[in-house]
Ligand binder design. Structure first.
Ligand SMILES: [Fe+2]
Length: 138
């Protein structure tokens, strides 16, 4: 089973970070870590094995937790190519989808179960206060 832990940062930008973990292996991936410490605490408390960090795009409010989180568990930041998929378990994958607009390099991640879309991590393509702005790549 896949567990998705959501971390909400109380700031004017209302950032969300995610930790996706597979319950049997304990392997986990972080998406857009804004603040590292809540994720570090959760990973340690639950005995998870962080495999890497993914970012939807390079705006500071999506990457500022990369360095402290990566250093805490000695894991890399991964950049996937369009349609590349991480295998989370036998049935679950996380597939990268290029979604240029908010920034030129923006990606969303599609969580699939047995190849069928189940959930979308949309980054700033869709924001919780409206659609993401398109600034032409900044
Ligand atoms: Fe952004």
């Amino acid at each position: 089973m896949i567990l998705v832990k959501t971390f909400f940062a109380e700031n004017p930008l209302r950032n969300y970070s995610y930790l996706i973990s597979e319950s049997e292996s304990g392997e986990a991936w972080a998406i857009d870590p804004f603040e590292a410490s809540p994720l570090v605490e959760y990973i340690k408390k639950n005995g998870l094995v962080l495999k890497g960090i993914l970012n939807t795009h390079q705006h500071w409010d999506h990457v500022q937790g990369n360095t402290p989180l990566g250093q805490a568990f000695d894991v890399p930041v991964r950049r996937l190519k369009n349609s590349d998929a991480l295998r989370l378990s036998e049935e679950y994958t996380l597939e990268a989808l290029d979604t240029p607009g908010h920034t030129l390099d923006h990606q969303a991640f599609v969580w699939k179960i047995k190849g069928e879309p189940h959930a979308l991590f949309s980054g700033d393509t869709l924001c919780n206060s409206g659609v993401g702005n398109c600034r032409g790549g900044r």
